[in-house]
Design a protein around this ligand. Sequence first.
Ligand code: URA
Length: 436
Amino acid sequence: MRAVDIIAKKRDGEELSANEIGFFVQGLVSGEIPDYQVAAWAMAVVWRGMTPAETAALTMAMVRSGEVMDLARLGPVVVDKHSTGGVGDKTTLVVAPLVSAAGLPVAKMSGRGLGFSGGTLDKLEAIPGFDVSLSTGAFLATAREAGIVVAGQTGDLVPADGKLYALRDVTATVPSLPLIASSIMSKKIAGGADAIVLDVKVGKGAFMRTLDDARALAEAMIAIGRQVGRRVTAVLSDMNQPLGLAVGNALEVAEAIAALRGEGPEDLVEHCLVVAAEMLVLGERAADPAEARVQLEALLADGSALERFRRWVRAQGGDPRVADDVGMLPTAPVMRAVEAPRGGFLAGIDAEEVGLVSVALGAGRQRKGDPIDPAVGIVLGPKVGARVEAGERLLTVHAHTEDDADEAARRLLAAYTWSEEPVATPPLVYDVIRGE
Ligand code: URA
């Protein structure tokens, strides 16, 4: 087999066999196939696409390129969740203890912030002492003992994706449905998931800007699941405005704790219940989402979910008292309330710009490896659809300096759009697609 023939075949729109795809992925990992050939192949895939069978073969070839976590001892069905990334998305912080309290083990690998979207690991590290860098052994032991663990990637999972993604990033070949879908799914499968709930975000503050694009990505990932024997459910959820009110690491932890206490913002709690319910159904802990919801609401109301959060924090070296005293989280020296410059109905809060402002405040990274400030960020007041009076608090900026707060306030005010007419509250979830 020759790499050049495989590139030519894809260039001409033909379907590659699983063997050819396996050969190519092996070659790219070993270095036998040089970067320029991988890049040419990736561009051919961008233009020609891939059939469901090719996409599944690519996914599994990438899974086989490295270690695969064996989570079979945790339970009969291991369910993972994955968000395609958004602003204010602290769903894992709420959903993980919630479903763990419902008896579904959680052993999840998460990532750091990327661009304007936040990352679960950065949020968890805002908790004093919390350790997200676990060895594979410690990861598995914590999952077994505490029933819940969330950490950075352990071991050498999917090296093919690491290499391919880095090349795609610099050769304009990221936007390809089969390449994105196989990249995400290979990491979930190598992480040991039998079933996966995908939280596919749609809108200004998401990777997928339109519902059609989000649906196509969801369907591509569900098709992979179908081909490789993993049940996949996709929740298509709104990311035009941030989720919940808090954006920024410690602020989001505090909001997640409030949600676990039953005091969270309505949209965040509702979103978390939708995602958690789908996880319980896939994990065979409930017959349908309605039954799952009854269980989940009870676990929130009786404090079990919060207790599981304490257990989780303790198991990963953090101080569990944070669940009862969010004052232990880092706080920013400057807190600036920003008032509404006018009255009217809130028509939009540009999630991408809110995310970018939070990065500029120091909550995210401008470059890979930059330090972040866990304390800074933004807490929104009224959200889209609300009627606001001039002078009412619109949001609060948590900043390191007065100058940072000035600049953030200026940019954030420009991220709001207004209407004289009533504005409907936007939907939280557009659709739930369940692979059989
Ligand atoms: N996220 C991933 O993990 N991979 C992609 O290709 C795009 C987004």
